[in-house]
Design a protein around this ligand. Sequence first.
Ligand SMILES: [Zn+2]
Length: 142
Amino acid sequence: MTDQLTTSGLPSDPLFIAYMTVFQTAAEHLLACEECQAARPCPVGDPLHADFLAKQAAWENQQYRKARNERRRAQRKAEARSRMARHAAGLLVTFGPWKDGRPAATPADVARQANAMYGGYLKGEPITTTEGAAALEAVLNH
Ligand SMILES: [Zn+2]
C-alpha cells in the first residue's frame, strides 16, 4: 500500500482517494442512519453503498492489473537477463579454453563476460554469479 502514498504521506492515487472518500461518507451515513443499520438501505444510503462497492471494485481491479503488469515486467526482465547470460556463456563455452573435457569458464566468468557485453543494458543491476551458473548449465545441457 505504500505506493498509494506520496512523499508527503498523502494518498496520490485518484481511484484510492475516491474509494476512501466514499468509504468515509458511507460509514458516516451508516453511523447516523437507523434504516441502513437495520439493513434497510434508505434513499440516501442506498446509492452511497452502491457507490462504495463500485469504487472499491475499481480500486481493487486497478491493484490487480498493477500487480499483473508488475509480474509480467519482472518476467520479461528475467528472460532478457537470461538471454544475455546465455549468450555470454555460449561464447565462453564455444571459444574459451577447455579443461578435462569441460569448459574452463566458471559462473563468475560468465557473469563478468555478460556484464562486459551488456553492461549498458543492465541498468546498474549486473548479471550475478547465480545467473551465470544457470546460463552455463543451460548452454551445456541444451
Ligand atoms: Zn440510510
